[in-house]
Design a protein around this ligand. Structure first.
Ligand SMILES: [Zn+2]
Ligand SMILES: [Zn+2]
Length: 294
């Protein structure tokens, strides 16, 4: 199960990293945005919803803990009224080179920690980071007809950028629980319903489940196992809301599992009375089989 309140941080954008590995990684791939304005990281949030919620659509409120731009200093990291100047150690590059054996390794500047700038008076709220961890409640409208594994993107709802950079995006990955009795394929629903062999032979009404309650279908006399009945418009609404799928009911004949002495006697009497007309398929099959072995 997925914890509904867990946010997975993925390395989509910049803003992560740190330490020697972060520096090597960024240098190797040419990324150097961290030293100036950084776009906030994209966030991934895994959400588990029920089969019915996916079919009907729903609204969810989620609490996401993420880094947001500090409101006090607007992300600059400097206390209001104080100034920001170019770092004297790295001259604004945010990196310094250190020799490690054969390699020149770029490291985050020890003085400005990769920012490229030094702050005269740090912002007391975010301690010069420019960003702070905040819990945010976000309402998410899940459209009817969403399928398992779909991603919803909420633009600008990811982590806040550093030093005035734009925020990242929030991706909601929707996981749909399977249903006990319904199977879904696109907009159509499938359901297998057992019927007694007496009902299959005699015909009658059959109560079947649908997403909005029970429906009754008429079983004609002599219904074979595996016969499909279609209930139009009882499936799932399309994502664009323009069409609705069908519900397909597949009946299968349940052979009596346990018989009383009396039932057994009656069934035997019935079997003895059967002939070619009672079971035409059985008769024709064995006729063909006989010809085949001749
Ligand atoms: Zn520096
Ligand atoms: Zn601040």
């Amino acid at each position: 199960m997925h914890d509904p309140f867990e946010v997975f941080r993925e390395v989509f954008g910049s803003g992560g990293g740190g330490g020697i590995f972060g520096s090597i990684f960024e240098e190797a791939f040419g990324g150097n945005e961290r030293s100036s304005r950084g776009r906030g990281s994209d966030l991934r949030y895994d959400m588990q919803i029920s089969f019915e919620e996916a079919a009907r659509g729903c609204e969810k409120e989620v609490t996401i803990s993420k880094m947001e731009t500090c409101e006090v200093c607007s992300g600059s990291g400097a206390a209001p009224g104080s100034s920001v100047s170019t770092c004297s150690t790295c001259r604004g590059a945010g990196q310094v080179y250190v020799t490690r054996g054969f390699f020149n390794v770029a490291q985050a500047c020890p003085k400005c920690h990769g920012a490229g700038q030094t702050i005269d008076k740090p912002c007391p709220t975010c301690h010069a980071a420019g960003r702070m961890e905040k819990s945010t409640k976000i309402k998410i409208k899940i459209p009817a007809g969403i399928e398992d594994g779909s991603r919803l993107r909420s633009s600008g709802q990811g982590e806040g950028g550093s030093r005035g950079g734009p925020p990242g995006d929030l991706y909601i990955v929707v996981h749909v629980d399977p249903h006990d009795i319904f199977m879904r394929e696109g907009q159509d629903l499938f359901c297998e319903v057992p019927i007694s062999f007496a009902k299959a032979a005699l015909g009658g009404e059959l109560k079947v489940p649908t997403l909005d309650g029970q429906a009754i279908i008429k079983i004609p006399a002599g219904t074979a196992s595996g016969k499909l009945f279609r209930l139009r418009g009882k499936g799932v609404t399309a994502l664009n809301g323009r069409s609705v799928g069908d519900l397909h009911i597949k009946v299968y004949v349940e052979v009596p599992a346990k018989l009383t002495v009396e039932q057994r006697a009656k069934l035997q009497a019935f079997a003895d009375s059967c002939n070619e007309e009672t079971h035409p398929e059985e008769q024709s099959f064995f006729r063909k089989a006989k010809e085949f072995f001749r």
